[in-house]
Design a binder for this molecule. Sequence first.
Ligand code: ADP
Ligand code: MG
Length: 559
Amino acid sequence: MAKKQFQAESKRLLDMMINSIYTQREIFLRELISNASDAIDKLYYKALVDDQLVFNKEDYFIKITADKASRTLTITDTGIGMTQEDLENNLGIIAKSGSLAFKKENELKDGHNIIGQFGVGFYSAFMVADVITVTSKTLGSSEAFKWESEGADGYTIVPTEKDSVGTEIILKIKENTEDDQYDEYLEEYRLKSIIKKYSDFIRYPIKMDVKGQRPKEGSDNEFEEYQEEQTVNSMVPIWRKNKNELTPQDYENFYMEKRYGFDKPLKHIHISADGAVVYNAILFIPENTPFDYYTKEYEKGLELYSNGVLIMDKCSDLLPDYFSFVKGMVDSEDLSLNISREMLQHDRQLTLIAKNIKNKIKSQLLSLLKDEREKYEQFYKSFGRQLKFGVYNDYGANKDTLQDLLLFYSSKEKRQVTLDEYVSRMPEDQKYIYYASGESIERIEKLPQIEVVSEKGYEILYFTDDIDEFAIKTIMTYKEKEFKSVSSGDLGIESDTDKEQTDAEESGSKELFESMQTLLSGKVSKVKASKRLRSHPVCLSTEGELTIEMEKILKAMPN
Ligand code: ADP
Ligand code: MG
């Protein structure tokens, strides 16, 4: 039986393409610039194999020109250009990608930079344009052609004149409507910011005529308007540069340019991974806590680039919650993009990258702790709370990753110590890791309960953050040592004589305790003698696992 071919309703398909694929209109510029960059790259690859062709990188550029009077936005490139047939095939057939074909024909594998693959990006320009006019002249041809379309109705191709090889795309920008604004795509500052956002690392200069004001020569207070051609993109991504060539200042500049924060980075991590998955990443640990960090508004995530083109602003899958403070970007050629190039198709590579990144962050934090203690303590002040939440959340699944990164104030050292430092200092007869909870260090120092433990010469960790005790309860043991609140019933240090003494005291003061209990009824459940007290006459304590501090927090939590 003869097989029938599927038919596509081109008009409807194009309509879907234009209106349903992309979530943001502004990406049309990313798509057209990517195409222009691909067109120049093709010349570059041709020159590699053709001795007759010389490729001087300096001669190639992309130019963006906006004209408000005629409502046109023009994207010009000095790339390989298109023949009449190319225009017919690549711009006339939806989902036909000349770039993908080029990659295949020339057997370009990993390491190439050609971006196009789906054959739909071009049509995104119809999101902002009523009419698109493409004039193109291809390498080695004397003829030029003009392709024009108003969208779903079809297109025309006619011969035309063009001086130089390359392509010029003119968009007639739509008029504003009540619901939709298009004027912004004719504004210099807006266009610049779109280029910066998505196409900053396109390897060829993206030029614009930029207007400015400057002081008039020979005058102090008069200004004159001027116009000059500027290159808007930075072109060479810092993450593709050799680490040895980069200074801390370079990373700091990148952090500020990218507006990852208003502070300075405390530490940068530059990763060039060449293993199971190939990617580059530059990550930062900020110096200060962002103002909205501990709120629902804060959004974690890293910028995700594919081949130097921004795909996602905040890819949250790349960071675990407990490292949500990390800023930065990841660039990979190995990602499988979906058709809008806004999302990823399969997350296997992404999962691998995320795991890799998590381990890198952890090891960098550990080395900061080891080698630059002061800096680590500064980091901990800003983000330690998040690490403790990380231990507590997910039923302690991440405690192994995080427990060595925790710091607590030590009664002995009078500063923050790690659990490892605590345990390594423990005298042989000490069974537990002791801690005391309270609002502040000063308050804790006044707690009657800490006296017995201190007297024994044991170190106590002071928990002043409401999450501390919850986190520790999740860890349960560290290096086989259990944690013990100084307020708990069995401290593991009473001797038998103490016990006898208390029993005796208790029986002797039975009446006193009974009258105290009546006086305090409803406020305390029991009054009894304590073997813990030294200089204080009384102390409050709880029965069971929860300490007073934990009860306070649980009570304050919304149900
Ligand atoms: P993709 O870039 O994914 O291939 P597009 O819809 O963006 O899909 O473009 C379709 C094709 O049109 C490209 O593959 C390329 O062959 C051709 N093309 C588009 N813009 C240009 C240009 N500026 N110069 C040369 N060829 C272009
Ligand atoms: Mg494209």
